[in-house]
Ligand binder design. Structure first.
Ligand SMILES: [Fe+2]
Length: 329
C-alpha cells in the first residue's frame, strides 16, 4: 500500500479520547504514517493542549466525561485563534441528529467507530491540506496588516491612527446597525484604508506645507493602489470598497471616482467620518490636538458644508456626546 502522508510528516495531531484502546490504535496509525501525535483524555485537557501545543488537526471523541466533544468544538470554533483548526469527530453513534449537531457546531468531518485505518488517514490528509491552505492565507493577511502599520509609521499621522480608526469605526458601524460582516470590514478597513500610501514618497507624505499639483496627483493614487494590493486576498473582499472610496466626499468632490452621497459605500462613509474626528483630535504638524468640544463643533460645521454624510456625522456626534466612545490616544 502507498504511504498516505509523505509530505506532511511535521503535522501535529491532537487525539482526544477517554478510551485507552482507541487512543493507542489511533496514535499508532498516525505515527506509523509519520505524523506527530499528542493526547488528551477529556475535553478540558484538550482545550489546554490546544492552547499550549497549537495542533494542526484534532481527532475528537464525541462522548467523554468532564467535557464532551461537542462543547470542545463549540469553544474552539468560537475563538478566532482556533476556529480554522480542523476537527474530525470520532463517534460511535450513527445517529443523524448527533451528526447534525456536530456539523452545526463546526465539526469538519466525522469518523464512525469502528473505522479502518485507510479511512482515518485519508480524512486526516485531506483536512490537513485545507489547513495548510488557510494557514497560507492567514500568513498573507498578516503580511498585509503589517504593511499597513508600516505605512502608518511613514505618514505624518501620529502613531495609533489605524487602531483608533478601527475602534471608532466599529463603534459607529455598530451604532447605525450595520451587519456583523460590515462591522468586521470597517474594523479591518480602519487599519488597511491607507495601505496604498506604501507607494507614495515619504517626503510627500510628511511634507508640512501644501502639496504641488503634481504631488497631489501622486497622493490621489493611494486608494486605487491600496485596492490592488488587497484584491488578491478573497478574505479582504468586503474591505476593498473602504480602501477605494475612503477619500470620496459627500458632495462628489473627492477621489478617485468622484462618487457622491449614497453612491459612496456606507462602510467607507463610516471610516471617512471617524477619520475626520481622529484628524481633529490628534496633534498635526501645523497645530495641536483640539479639545473634543471644539472638534464636535467643527465636525458639525463641516457636515453643513456638504463634504460629509450629515446623518453619519450626526450619529457619531451623538455617540461622542453620550460618552459611548472611549477617547483613545
Ligand atoms: Fe487615505
Amino acid at each position: 500500500m502507498k504511504p498516505v502522508s509523505q509530505k506532511v510528516t511535521a503535522s501535529r495531531i491532537l487525539v482526544v479520547d477517554d478510551s485507552e484502546e482507541i487512543v493507542k490504535l489511533v496514535t499508532e496509525i498516525l505515527q506509523d504514517s509519520g505524523y506527530k501525535t499528542i493526547v488528551a483524555r477529556n475535553g478540558r485537557e484538550a482545550l489546554k493542549m490546544v492552547e499550549s501545543d497549537n495542533p494542526d488537526l484534532i481527532l475528537l471523541d464525541a462522548i467523554m466525561p468532564a467535557m464532551d466533544g461537542y462543547e470542545v468544538t463549540r469553544l474552539l470554533k468560537s475563538e478566532d485563534r482556533t476556529r480554522l483548526t480542523p476537527i474530525i469527530m470520532l463517534t460511535g453513534l450513527s445517529d443523524f441528529s448527533d451528526k447534525m449537531k456536530g456539523i452545526e457546531l463546526g465539526v469538519d468531518d466525522f469518523i464512525v467507530k469502528p473505522f479502518n485505518h485507510i479511512e482515518l488517514l485519508t480524512r486526516v490528509k485531506s483536512l490537513l491540506r485545507v489547513k495548510q491552505y488557510t494557514d497560507e492565507l492567514e500568513n498573507a493577511e498578516t503580511v498585509i496588516f503589517s504593511l499597513a502599520l508600516a505605512v502608518e509609521a511613514k505618514d505624518s499621522y501620529t502613531e495609533g491612527h489605524c487602531h483608533r480608526l478601527s475602534y471608532y469605526g466599529a463603534k459607529l458601524a455598530e451604532h447605525i446597525g450595520l451587519s456583523d460582516d460590515d462591522i468586521k470590514a470597517v474594523r479591518r478597513g480602519g487599519v488597511l484604508h491607507d495601505i496604498g500610501k506604501i507607494a507614495i514618497d515619504e517626503r510627500i507624505l510628511r511634507k508640512p506645507g501644501s502639496l504641488t499639483s503634481e504631488e497631489f496627483t501622486l497622493v490621489k493614487q493611494h486608494p486605487v493602489i491600496g485596492e490592488s494590493i488587497c484584491k488578491p486576498l478573497r478574505s479582504l473582499n468586503n474591505v476593498l470598497p473602504i480602501i477605494r472610496s475612503h477619500q470620496e466626499r459627500w458632495n462628489g468632490s473627492g477621489y478617485p471616482d468622484g462618487l457622491s452621497k449614497e453612491n459612496i459605500p456606507v462602510t467607507a462613509r463610516v471610516i471617512m467620518t471617524v477619520d475626520l474626528y481622529d484628524a481633529l483630535t490628534t496633534d498635526r504638524p501645523y497645530r495641536k490636538a483640539l479639545p473634543e468640544e471644539e472638534a464636535i463643533r467643527i465636525m458639525f460645521d463641516e457636515a453643513k458644508k456638504g463634504l460629509w454624510d450629515p446623518t453619519m456625522m450626526h450619529e457619531f456626534i451623538q455617540l461622542l456626546k453620550n460618552n459611548k466612545i472611549d477617547k483613545l490616544v
